[in-house]
Design a protein around this ligand. Sequence first.
Ligand code: BES
Ligand code: MN
Ligand code: ZN
Length: 499
Amino acid sequence: MEFNVKSGSPTKQRSACVVVGVFEPRRLSPAADSLDKASGGQISSLLRRGDIEGMPGQTLLLHNLPKTLADRILLVGCGRERDIGDKEYNRIVSSAVKRLNETGAMEGVNYLTELNVKGRDLHWKIRQTVEATRETLYRFDTLKSKKDETRRPLRKLTLMVPRRSDLPNGEAAAREGEAIAEGVSLAKDLGNLPGNICTPGYLAKQAKAMGKKYSKLKVSILEQAQMEKLGMGALLSVAKGSREAPQLIVMEYKGGKTKAKPTVLVGKGVTFDSGGISIKPSPSMDEMKYDMCGAASVFGALTACAELQLEINVIGVVPACENLPDGAASKPGDVVTSMSGQTIEVLNTDAEGRLILCDALTYCERFEPDAVVDIATLTGACVIALGRHASGVMGNHHPLVHELLNAGKSSGDRAWELPLWDEYNEQLKSNFADIPNIAGREGGTITAACFLSRFTKKYHWAHMDIAGTAWVSGENKGATGRPVALLTQFLIERSTSKK
Ligand code: BES
Ligand code: MN
Ligand code: ZN
C-alpha cells in the first residue's frame, strides 16, 4: 500500500476515485461542495432526494459526475461537523477505506483530511489516516489454505493537504504513519501466530532478520548456558517445564550519538502461557499465545524507529520462553535465586511474567540506561481494572510515566497510571525467601509492578501492563498491535527533545 501527499482542487483530480465528506444533516464538506458546484448541483440534488444523510459510516458511490476528471466520487458520512473527535475521525476514514477497497478503484484521492478534528492538526490527521487505512486493510490469513482476496484491492491512496506549503509537513506525517503501521502490523502478525509456530526460537530468528534488514540494528541472542552463567535463576525456572529453549534477545538500535545513554524497552515474550503446574482453566487458554505481545510491541517499536531512522539509541530486550507443566517444571513453593541475588518463592507458577522480566531488568543495568520501560501482558487484574481501552502504567520516576501517558494521548493509543505506593509493596511478604511472586488478589496489577520495582532501583523505570489492550477476544479475535503507536511516539519525542 502506497501513500502520497498532494495539494489541489477536487475537480482537477484524474483519479479512479475522489473521496469527500458529507455532514449530517445533508451538508457538504468544502471538497464535496466544489465538486457539486462544478457538476451543476448534482450532489446536492442527491442529498435532497435523501440518498445520503451524512451519518457516520454511510457511504455513497457516484459515477461520471459531470465536469470532474475522476471516474468515481465516494461520498462519506461524517456525522455532525462539530462532533468529530479522534474516535469519529478514525471511524470515518475506516468506512471510507473499506468501501474504496470494494469498489475496484485500486487508487483514490482522499479529501477527508480537510475535516476539522477537535484538538488535532493536519500532521495528526495525515498520520492517523495512514494508520487507520492500514488497520482497516490488515488481514491475517497466512495460515489459511484459501485466502479470500479482494479482486481489485486498494493499492495507492493520495492524501490531500490544503496548500503547497503544507506538503513537507504532510509528507513527514505520512512517513510517520507508514513506519508506525509497519511496526503495528509486525506486532499483530507475531501476536496472531500460534504457539507452535511463534516459539522463543522463532522470535530470535525474527530479531536476526530485523538485524539484517536495518544497518543500525545490532542483534544478539543469549542462550541458556549464558543465562546460567549470569545467574538468571528466575527466568530459567519458568523455561524449565518446556522443551523449547529460552532465548534472551537483545536488539541495539544505534541512531543517536555514540555516548548518548540508551532508552531500553523490555518485552515479555512468553510464547505460550499454560500457567505451568498452577495450570489455567481450559476456556480461552488459546489466547495465552498472546502472552508475547509485550515482546511483539518491542519488535514493532524498533521497526518503526529504524524505518524513521530516529536519532536516538534504543535497546530492545526480550526474554522469551514457554510456560508449560511437565516433570521438570517449577512447582509451587519452589525457591529460586534471581540474577540480582534476591531469592523468590514461586507460590504460583502462573505468575511467570514477573519472573522472566526481573532477570531481564537486572540485565539492563549493564546498559547504563537513560530509562527502561517494560511492556507485558502481566495480569488479568489489569483487564478488570482498566478494561480494554487503556494500558496500565506504573513507574519509579514521574517524568518518565508522564512521557508515556502523553505519548499515549497524542498517538491515540491511551494509557492510564496506577499508584505504586509503599502500602502495596508491603503486601509482598514471604516466610521462606526474600519475596514471593504473588501477593493476593487485591490490587494484582499493582503488586505485580511492585515485584518488578524491586529489580529496577538502579535506573528510571516504568512498567506497562497491556493485558487488556494487546488483543481482542470474541468474534474478531486478533492482536491489536498496541502499544506500538504509543512507544513509537515516546521514542520520536525523546529523539527530538533531548539529545
Ligand atoms: N499472562 C497472564 C496474565 C493474563 C491473564 C493476561 C489473562 C491476559 C489475560 C499472567 O502470566 C498470569 O497468569 N497472571 C496471573 C497472576 C496471578 C497468578 C497472580 C493472573 O493474572 O491471573
Ligand atoms: Mn501466567
Ligand atoms: Zn503470562
